[in-house]
Design a protein around this ligand. Structure first.
Ligand code: ADP
Ligand code: ADP
Length: 225
């Protein structure tokens, strides 16, 4: 589970610039891939074709052999701007996905609590998002993205708005989660240090525009749980 095939994908928004230009990329189950490149080069757009938010103008995107047509439970998403429901508790924010997928409330909340424990937020499960710091909200966002047990986790500059220390903590936490879940991760960033620290594999996208120009395997010794 978590096999991604991007074949000759072009995305043309029809406004003069081609956002993604003939990109091909195969990602194996359990890989941690950082998509690295300057702002505006098309990273989010390419990832959004996997998410199902953007349709390729030509080419195809498959997850586990099925052509991506819309967002689905097999793909969890984390954005830079977390959009938690302010009127729901932290626990119910995370339980929302399983609930929508038809789980009973008790079971959905049990799932939520175990994920909140994993991201270190058990003490906050009954609080509301408004009392949380930026880093804590982002951890809720990660728990929520994992709540339907997706095979793929798609992260768009998730730590971009955090201070350096919080960011470093979040990176460690993410690697632990990745290790525990055996999930495929695509992580969009323009920060080369972050990419090299996190990823098994760094795929570089070019500013001019939307082309994949390098695919690098990272073999640094680094902390793993
Ligand atoms: P990155 O994630 O690398 O910063 P994006 O994928 O967000 O780059 O954007 C790539 C290009 O596509 C940019 O020129 C951007 O303005 C354009 N673009 C992105 N989304 C849309 C959209 N929904 N409609 C029109 N143009 C878009
Ligand atoms: P940042 O504020 O930079 O996003 P963190 O999310 O890591 O950083 O928060 C730092 C620590 O501050 C948390 O681990 C937590 O212990 C504490 N903290 C932040 N917000 C609150 C809060 N509303 N109530 C209690 N403790 C908090």
């Amino acid at each position: 589970k978590g096999h991604i095939e991007i074949d000759n994908v072009t995305v043309d928004f029809g406004n003069g610039s081609i956002a993604v230009n003939d990109a091909s990329l195969e990602i194996m189950p359990g890989e941690f891939v950082c998509l690295l490149g300057p702002s505006g080069c098309g990273k989010s757009t390419l990832m959004n074709t996997v998410a199902g938010f953007v349709h390729a103008t030509s080419g195809s995107v498959k997850v586990d052999g099925a052509t991506v047509e819309m967002p689905g439970q097999d793909r969890g998403m984390v954005f830079q701007q977390h959009s938690l429901f302010p009127w729901k508790t932290v626990c119910d924010n995370v339980a929302f996905g399983p609930l929508m997928a038809g789980e009973g409330i008790d079971s959905a909340r049990a799932t939520a609590r175990s994920l909140l424990e994993m991201v270190g937020l058990s003490a906050y499960e009954k609080r509301y998002p408004g009392v949380l710091s930026g880093g804590m909200k982002q951890r809720v966002g990660i728990a929520r993205a994992l709540a339907n047990y997706p095979s793929v986790l798609l992260m768009d500059e998730p730590f971009g708005a955090l201070d350096a220390q919080t960011r470093a903590m979040m990176q460690e936490n993410l690697l632990q989660i990745w290790d525990e879940f055996g999930i495929t991760v695509i992580f969009v960033t323009h920060d080369i240090d972050e990419a090299v620290f996190l990823a098994d594999r760094v795929v570089v996208m070019s500013a001019s525009p939307g082309r994949l120009i390098a695919d690098i395997r990272i073999e640094l010794p680094r902390p793993r749980v």
